[in-house]
Design a protein around this ligand. Structure first.
Ligand code: ADE
Length: 228
């Protein structure tokens, strides 16, 4: 199967793909895709860049140029009611910076779509089972995305009022999920917490734990792909 893997930052990609020597690479304008064979699967790994537009574009490139039938995203996130190092698996994904509630939509809901984008259930269950077997500190919950590095609870206040299972805040997942949904491609988001929303010294925490948390997320992604 062709599987698309999306990483926003170089550190997140490197945590998964430390050695690309000899790997086949494809260039689509400014987007570079690294092709790796894993058993019967062909993985197409892309460094999307940060933010929702970059993520949406990269997702589209993977689907249209590489015919991927599954999309996985791994990286770090800000945590909500969870500690640094916790892995968050997406039950679903939502935009935290979309608000069309004036017209009766749910907070985060884009008109024409359901309130949240549901991740692939079978894949989620497999990831949960692996995390359990490996004794990882992992939780399943809603992952919320927006074009902002969030350092205050106020930014996500209305979303959290509506959903009590938001555990990770980041900047790409909802865009990936929205394009995947438009294209009918299943997806799963895996994130490890690098900083906790609203805590002191959040940026320092992000800088300190970026590589470690990215590795934690990437290790679970590898385990998931190896058992497919
Ligand atoms: N990625 C990691 N931490 C984050 C935060 N606090 N806000 C948005 N994206 C993040």
């Amino acid at each position: 199967m062709h599987i698309g893997l999306i990483f926003a930052m170089q550190e997140e990609l490197d945590a998964f793909l430390s050695d690309t020597a000899g790997a086949n690479t494809h260039r689509h304008k400014n987007v570079r895709v690294t092709e790796v064979t894993l058993g019967e699967h062909t993985l197409f790994c892309v460094l999307s860049g940060v933010g929702k537009v970059n993520a949406a574009y990269a997702t589209s490139v993977l689907i249209h140029h590489h015919d991927v039938k599954l999309i996985l995203n791994s990286g770090v996130a800000g945590g909500l009611n969870v500690d640094v190092g916790t892995i968050v698996l997406s039950s679903a994904v939502v935009h935290h910076d979309v608000d069309v509630t004036a017209f009766g939509y749910d907070i985060g809901q884009i008109p024409g779509f359901k309130p949240t984008f549901m991740a692939d259930t079978a894949l989620l269950q497999r990831a949960e089972a692996i995390a359990k077997t490996q004794g990882l500190n992992a939780i399943t919950g809603l992952i919320a995305s927006g074009d902002k590095f969030v350092t205050d609870l106020k930014t996500i206040e209305s979303l959290v009022k509506n959903y009590d299972d938001v555990h990770a805040i980041e900047m790409e997942a909802a865009a990936i999920a929205q394009v995947a949904t438009l294209e009918g491609v299943p997806f799963l988001i895996i994130r490890a917490i690098s900083d906790v929303i609203g805590k002191d010294a959040q940026v320092e925490s992000f800088n300190t734990f970026l590589v470690k948390a990215a590795a934690r997320s990437a290790d679970l992604l590898k385990a998931l792909l190896e058992t497919r």
